[in-house]
Design a protein around this ligand. Structure first.
Ligand code: F0G
Length: 459
């Protein structure tokens, strides 16, 4: 038995970047000039950038080293061969197409396989997946289990797909379903995992109805480690074995490698079906590039080939899942409510519960996100009425279902002392929370409000 209780960062640091540390007084005019929209704050003015875990990974010495030996030939590069072998070994799928990121893979699949009126079931589709499905006139259908929609539920696999509803859906709409999906982990539901048992059962349903099954595999390694930790029958298997079984249950995957690929850019599609792959390759050449680079430099493929191996290191995954758990537990102890249990890549604060004195239409999530920046230099992302609130006919804001603030953690970037420092500051934020005010929107763009909207504090 290891006598240590602390889960340490399982790496030492060779390259460092200075961290900006501004005072509240310095941050106030910066936030005001950005229209109180954290997307419009320059990264140099942020201390802890928790906007996303996507493309923000710190790469390893081995990844940087591999980049130097990349073969940048237009066609048939050695780096593609290396990348292809790693993906084939990892997934078991025969055909591999690189893309510049996840949504490019989604666009290719949607353009090649979907027609208006078709339907694609999943646990929850991520925003870009949904947008790509809807863009070609098809319907993205979310079938996550009931517990997955309840922020209080402590279900260990809140990303599971509802098997009863999936079966009924497949029976009723078989002719309109060209493929079915599952997203691991379920980002939309808070980075919640899907159990191996659930993936097996969903796979059996898809197979029973002859529906090809494609996994959105962005965070496959985090999902596999959750399976190892939380699914008793899987505790003694390696993450690599679990991962192999997960992929073997589907017919292919699409992946944003900016997450568990441990790289800053990249993605891919891997499939068993050779007829689909021909169509996809033709579309790829049209917009992404030749099939052996797909919009990436060969050095990106090299870094990804190494990243996809490194991410299966269980010491890394133990540390990775400890990050959000560590912060969530300390926030909860201070009285900051978070979606339970914490997800793999992010913590979601329930701003509606934390700031009950601010009406949902007055954007409690935005208020908290601004305060997290002013007091701690944290950049988070409001996922509530600011992002999703629709306008009523009289112009007032119709509140969203939940008022969440997402803190998503870059991989291998921040250390435990960074989190301890944040927690010290949060204690003051909790004490002064009744003084926080609501916000109103002063500039409301026609779509995707959260990227460019401007706000101001009320009163
Ligand atoms: N699928 C999932 C589950 C995702 O989380 C993302 C991206 C994508 C697909 C699209 O991949 O960004 O490489 O085009 N999620 C990021 C996030 C943007 O912040 O959660 P991409």
């Amino acid at each position: 038995m290891d006598k240590h209780r602390t889960i340490i960062e399982p790496f030492k640091i060779k390259v460092v970047e200075p961290l900006t540390l501004l005072t509240r007084a310095e941050r106030e005019p910066i936030l005001k000039a950005a229209g109180y929209n954290l997307f419009l704050v320059a990264a140099k003015d942020v201390t802890f950038d928790f906007l996303t875990d996507s493309g923000t990974t710190a790469m390893s010495a081995n990844q940087w080293g591999a980049m130097m030996v990349a073969d940048e030939s237009y066609a048939g590069s050695r780096s593609f061969e290396k990348f292809q072998t790693v993906v084939q070994k990892l997934t078991g799928y025969s055909f591999v197409i690189p893309t510049h990121q996840g949504r490019a893979a989604e666009r290719l699949i949607c353009e090649a396989l979907l027609k208006p009126g078709m339907k694609v079931p999943s646990n929850n589709h991520f925003d870009t997946t949904r947008a790509n499905i809807e863009f070609v006139g098809a319907e993205a259908v979310d079938l996550v289990i009931e517990e997955g929609r309840n922020p209080r539920s402590n279900h260990p696999f809140k990303g599971n797909i509802d098997l009863e509803r999936l079966r009924t859906f497949c029976r009723e709409h078989r002719a309109q379903i060209p493929f079915g999906m599952i997203t691991i982990t379920n980002n939309t539901g808070g980075g919640q995992p899907v159990s191996l048992e659930n993936i097996r059962a969903a796979s059996a349903i898809y197979r029973e109805y002859g529906i090809p099954f494609i996994i959105d595999a962005c965070r496959f390694a985090e999902n596999s480690y959750f399976i190892k930790l939380r699914e008793p029958a899987q505790a003694t298997r390696s993450v690599r074995e679990i991962t192999h079984e997960v992929f073997s249950l589907a017919d292919g995957c699409m992946m944003s490698a900016k997450k568990d690929g441990l790289v800053n850019i990249g993605g891919f599609i891997a499939l068993n079906d050779s007829t689909w792959i021909e169509t996809l390759r033709s579309l790829l050449i049209l917009t992404e590039g030749f099939p052996t680079y797909g919009g990436l430099a060969a050095r990106d493929l090299e870094a990804l080939a190494v990243g996809l191996e490194e991410v299966l290191d269980e010491r890394y995954l133990e540390y990775r899942l400890a990050v959000s758990r560590y912060l969530a537990e300390r926030m909860n102890a201070l009285g900051i409510p978070t979606v339970q249990p914490p997800g793999g890549h992010a913590v979601y604060i329930d701003a509606r519960e934390f700031l009950p004195h601010i009406a949902p239409a007055d954007l409690p999530g935005q208020s908290l996100a601004c305060e997290l920046y002013l007091s701690e230099g944290i950049r988070s992302c409001e996922i509530g009425s600011g992002m999703f609130g629709k306008r009523n006919p009289d112009g007032s804001l119709q509140p969203a279902q939940m008022e969440l603030v997402r803190l998503a953690f870059p991989r291998r970037v921040y250390t435990q002392s960074h989190f301890d420092y944040i927690v010290e500051g949060l204690a003051d934020l909790v004490k002064g929370k009744s003084k926080l005010r609501g916000y109103r929107i002063t500039y409301d763009p026609p779509f995707l409000r959260h990227f460019t909207a401007r706000y101001e504090p009320l009163g």
